[in-house]
Design a protein around this ligand. Structure first.
Ligand SMILES: O=C(O)CCC(=O)C(=O)O
Length: 299
């Protein structure tokens, strides 16, 4: 199942849609980038079908272990359903998550020659419910990955349908990846926090010029964000589900590094529990089964 793609796998038209130097600079300055329509309809149609099958328990490949990962069941009173590592379990989601244009763009933006999977999340945001609005709290991905040595990991967010403003699109705070060392921001971060206003009130006083950008994308477009970019999303007030696949990607340089809680306790993130160990007994972020290479330049 694991093919390593290179620029040679892209058509001439696809190569023209890769980010130019000015786009890469935009990404580096703002912490996010939106692609053209790069995913063909058939891949998205199949992925939607694959997601529906995944949700009723049909999978094509079994993970060796899923004890540390998020794997929500359907819950009628909760608007968000989040399932990780679906690209390694369902072939149509694999085809979407490993679509070569995604990792080629990620490699260009991160100025790296290799892209490896770090994880993925299939996120369904239903229309808001009386019991749960389905907000995704402000967070940076890196806050969840203190054991990663690199600040250059990148996430591709792929909505499986047009994502309009009322569907609660992903929102990035421009340039917030540059605040990565500001420890006072960290207590606000939580994917599950249903209160987006507390952090915004803080920003209004501490970063009065902050700008939020909505990833209102057309089906087939992809948004990319740096692992330190602060993002979240508001409720889905439409009458349709907002289904999206987030693919978290490692740049070539990323390795495991030991990280500690304030109490001195060693931090173990979920993926550390299921990946192979390296020769020193540490989590191996090059484990070919969990973190396969997707793209390598100049194969
Ligand atoms: O789908 C969303 O609103 C959040 C996705 C997310 O947190 C991510 O792409 O890293």
């Amino acid at each position: 199942m694991n093919i390593i793609y290179s620029l040679d796998d892209l058509s001439d038209l696809q190569k023209l849609m890769l980010p130019k130097e000015k786009d890469i600079r935009f990404y580096e300055q703002n912490g996010w980038y939106i692609s053209d329509k790069i995913i063909p309809d058939n891949i998205l149609d199949d992925a939607k079908k694959g997601a529906e099958e995944f949700y009723i328990g049909k999978i094509d490949f079994t993970l060796k272990n899923n004890k540390g990962i998020v794997n929500d069941n359907y819950n009628s009173s909760i608007a968000i359903r989040n399932n990780e590592f679906v690209t390694l379990q369902k072939k149509e989601l694999h085809a979407l998550g490993f679509y070569p244009m995604i990792s080629a763009i990620a490699a260009a933006l991160a100025r790296t020659t290799e892209i490896r999977l770090f994880s993925d999340s299939l996120i369904n945001k239903s229309p808001e419910k009386p019991t749960n609005k389905g907000i995704i709290g402000w967070h940076s991905d890196k806050a969840y990955w203190p054991t990663c040595s690199s600040d250059n990991l990148i996430t591709a967010w792929v909505p499986l349908q047009d994502c309009t403003k009322n569907m609660g699109p992903l929102i990035h705070i421009n340039k917030s990846h540059l605040w990565k060392d500001e420890k006072e921001l960290k207590p606000f971060f939580s994917f599950n926090n249903q209160d987006l206003s507390k952090f915004e009130n803080y920003l209004k006083t501490q970063k009065p010029n902050y700008i939020k950008t909505l990833m209102t994308l057309k089906r087939g477009q992809v948004s990319f964000h740096n692992c330190n970019t602060i993002h979240g999303s508001f409720p889905n007030t439409s009458n349709k589900d907002r289904l999206a696949l987030a693919i978290h990607l490692q740049d070539k340089s990323n390795t495991y590094k030991k990280a500690y809680k304030e109490t001195g306790e060693l931090i173990e993130i979920g993926y550390d529990k299921i990946c192979k160990k390296d020769t020193f007994g540490n989590p191996d972020y090059k484990d070919v089964d969990l973190f396969p290479v997707i793209f390598r330049e100049g194969l």
